[in-house]
Structure formats: C-alpha cells, structure tokens
Design a protein around this ligand. Structure first.
Ligand code: PBG
Length: 308
C-alpha cells in the first residue's frame, strides 16, 4: 500500500553525475574529503562516464582541473584546455546517449581561485568576466557539451552566453543556470576536489544564506535572459528555496546535492553512525519532494541501480 500511495518518484534519469578530470594525471587521484570520488584521468573519465550512462543517469556535469592557472583563466577558453579536451572525448564516446554538461566558470582555471577576472583593486570584475564566459561557453559547445552550466553568479551571465551561442550558430545548446547559488561552507570538499586556489570567500557574488526572496529574483532574471533550466545550490539547507522556485518556475528546476552534503553522510556512514544506503535514498527523495526535477549528486551512478 505504501508503494501504491507514494507521492514522490526517484528515477535514474533524474540524477546527474558531477565528475572531475585532471590534466596530466596518469592515474585517478582520490579526494580525501570525498571518499569514493576521484579526479579522473582522461581515460578513467571516459570509462566511468560510460558506466554511469549504462546505469541510467540522466546526465553528466564535467569539471576540469588544470595543471597551470593564470589570472584570467585562459585554460577555460583554450580548445586544448583540460575541460574542453575531456568534453570532446566524452562526446565522441557517448554521442547523444546522455546529456553532456560543462561547468562554465573560471574558478578552476584562475590562479586566485575566483569565479571571474579581477579588477585593479582585486575585486571580481563582473562585466569583464562576462566577456570571458561568452568565449568559454562557445568553446565548450564546440567541444561537444549539450548543456552549459554557468556557475559563477555574475549578473547577466546567462544572457551573454545565450547571445554568444546564437551568434556562433550554436542555437541548439541549452543553458542550465546556477540561478541561486549561496555562499556556502558546504563547498569545502569541492575546493579540494578542484585544487582551488581561493583565499577568502565569494560573498560579493554568491548569495547570503539568509535570503530567500532574492533567490526568486535571480531565477526570474535568468529565465528572462534565456535559461532553459535553473538550479538551486546547495540542496539540503535550501529545501525551502527549491520548493519556492519549483512553485514559480516555468522551466525545469535542478538542485545540487553538493560536496559537503556528500562528505557528511560518507563520514557518518564510515563511522557506523548512519545506514549509508537508506540515508542516501532519503536525502535524494527529500530533494525531489521539495520540488527539484533533477538532482546533481556524487551518488548518481551508484544510486541509479538501487531505484529499479
Ligand atoms: C564553481 C562551483 C563550485 C561548486 C560547483 N561549481 C564551488 C564554489 O562555488 O565555490 C561546488 C560543488 C560542490 O561543492 O559539490 N565553479
């Protein structure tokens, strides 16, 4: 009877697997704060991606970890930059059998670790960053991404990427906008995952955890600029924001079950304090219940077969 009356569905196609690929790596490298997640080599990324797609996940979100960084994040635009190379590998391997997504943000590629380029005073220069994002988006689309994920929280980022894609004739490429991304302590393990160089914080461009109305304003702006889907991030401390966005958004809503949320469950489960599988399914179900159509989660490939 519980099965008959269950309100919330959780299906493999609703899960998106974030993956990391490291330039110059000759073996996968573990990430100590995210047990079970690795920085892939180009080769191990391809294999893990094929397995995830076989397990039924709905999409893959790829992050690059470059060997060299500079002030303007040149590696993000370079067609031989690690993220663009990996996207080309994956598109050749997978074709259109999954939705291939790219993180469209500079923080992995800058030597200061910020999501944008800096002005003379060391602050992030919103509009100068937009010009770089436009080029980065086109490079990722040309490399084979189906969907771009601008995650830098610069004002106007969706609009400039959309028009750059259209001008380049890349009209079929979609945008999954990180609309409401909070300045969260839960990103901690991700900083290790991408060898982030950041000192300080991202409070001048990411949202204050106490603000909910502001999130809906960001969602409205991104939709007006041409977002095909929107995202709320992180997920668990922001279930109310996911619900509010789901109630008003005319486009699909994603939620990112982020690194710190993953690490907490893994650490507790490793200590025998939580039933790992039950906890993971409860976490994912609750994010769906809050209204997310799809969930980015490091458990995507592992959890997908549990759902059948
Ligand atoms: C920025 C970006 C971050 C994450 C995804 N994209 C880090 C940040 O904003 O500091 C975090 C994802 C996670 O914690 O799992 N490109």
């Amino acid at each position: 009877m519980r099965r008959l009356v269950g309100e919330t569905t959780l299906r493999p196609r609703q899960l998106i697997l974030p993956m990391f690929v490291a330039e110059g790596a000759d073996a996968p490298r573990s990430i100590s704060s995210m047990p079970g997640v690795v920085q892939h080599t180009r080769d191990s990324l391809r294999k893990a991606a094929v397995e995830a797609v076989r397990a039924g996940v709905g999409g893959l979100m790829i992050f690059g970890v470059p060997e060299k960084r500079d002030a303007v994040g040149s590696g993000a635009i370079d067609e031989n930059g690690i993220l663009n190379v990996a996207l080309r590998d994956l598109r050749a391997e997978l074709g259109d059998s999954t939705v291939l997504m790219a993180d469209t943000c500079l923080d992995e590629f800058t030597d200061h670790g910020h999501c944008g380029v800096l002005d003379a005073d060391g602050g992030v220069d919103n509009d100068a960053t937009l010009r770089v994002y436009a080029e980065m988006g086109v490079a990722q689309a040309e490399a084979g991404a189906h969907l771009l994920g601008p995650s830098g929280m610069m004002d106007g980022q969706v609009g400039v990427i959309r028009s750059a894609l259209d001008q380049a004739g890349l009209t079929e490429i979609g945008i999954l906008a990180y609309s409401a991304k909070y300045a969260s302590a839960f990103y901690g393990p991700f900083r290790e995952a991408v060898d982030s160089q950041l000192k300080g914080d991202r409070k001048t461009y990411q949202q204050d955890p106490g603000n909910a109305r502001e999130a809906l304003h960001e969602v409205e702006l991104d939709i007006a600029e041409g977002a095909d889907m929107i995202m709320i991030k992180p997920a668990l401390s922001y279930l109310d924001v996911i619900r509010a966005a789901a109630d008003m958004s005319p486009v699909p809503v994603a939620a990112y079950n982020i690194s710190g949320e993953y690490a907490m469950v893994e650490a507790a489960a490793a200590n025998g304090w939580l039933d790992r599988e039950r906890t993971i399914l409860e976490v994912l179900t609750s994010i769906r219940r809050a209204g997310a159509d799809m969930i980015l989660t490091y458990w995507a490939a592992e959890a997908a077969p549990w759902l059948d």
